[in-house]
Design a binder for this molecule. Sequence first.
Ligand code: KG4
Ligand code: ZN
Length: 357
Amino acid sequence: MLVLGIETTCDETAAAVVERQADGQARILSNVVRSQTDEHARFGGVVPEIAARAHVDLLDGIVDSAMKEAGVGYGQLSAVAAAAGPGLIGGVIVGLTTAKAIAMVHDTPLIAVNHLEAHALTPRLTCALAFPYCLFLASGGHTQIVAVVGVGEYVRLGTTVDDAMGEAFDKVAKMLSLPYPGGPEVERAAAGGDPTRFAFPRPMLGRPDANFSLSGLKTAVRNEASRLEPLEPQDISDLCASFQAAVLEATADRLTVGLRLFEERFGTPRALVAAGGVAANHAIRSALQDVAAKAQTTLIIPPPALCTDNGAMIAWAGAERMALGLTDTMEAPPRARWLLDANAKAPAGHANSRAGY
Ligand code: KG4
Ligand code: ZN
């Protein structure tokens, strides 16, 4: 089965061709990603209108490259998959409409993939992981703990009630005048800082649910930064280190609760899987390693190119759905919000943020 996957929900324009063999093994034939970081950098964050226009300009060429690199003709495709949400609606429309056009012209099935489902199924693409497993997804747009029970069977165990984790890193970087994207910059600055200099709050610590909250922590950093003005480089490092220490402790606590909730409902997870840009953070990785070891499970972090937004994960989710006969019609809508877990409710306050859908 050969599937073309298209990803345009945020600031990456991506397309890929993935092969799924009858035994469920995967082969990535091409995976082309064009990040728009430069276009957004001077605004200190993703500007939806700029992203949508860039997707329009870039997508045709990227799809063409993915098909050429894979050495596959449109007539050979078993399906065309696009991320139909959740995400910035302008970009979602561009990707989904392009997929519909290709599906229509070549008389190929269309699969409207939930972007979060694609992240959730990635460890099956990279290492054929068996169900059930626990996913920790932390990026600029999402912060969720999800029980991945089967294709189409996801139970959200925890989510952020305000900012996404990557968004909090980006906002802290911005208030300290560090460049965008802020996550790697904050990590770098934190390396030379004192994590105990500022006692920032550890949001949600000890709560019985597995939700996250990052907005109060971000405000605490802002207040401390304004109090110290003008900031010396050492202040910036200490602020970053203290912020990161608070994120680490909160993450370990929330994930420990999340894994306990998982165990109660689904038994021991086959693995704890981390995905999203924040999983690139070394301190967070080692915290996750400890959490997984304590819960007697293995930590799996897919390679960075498949952890962050890409077309291969969309193609793979499409292939998994196609294998179960789950295709969509031309009426499939683009969605700004699309909860992965049909029973989950959006947390209060999430409308102010990119996060939490
Ligand atoms: O998954 P991703 O590449 O894109 C989406 O958000 O969809 O995640 C990007 C986010 C940004 O907010 C970025 O600051 C954060 O991941 N990030 C990090 C690190 N590298 C990237 N956050 C903390 N530490 C890092 N090393
Ligand atoms: Zn994503």
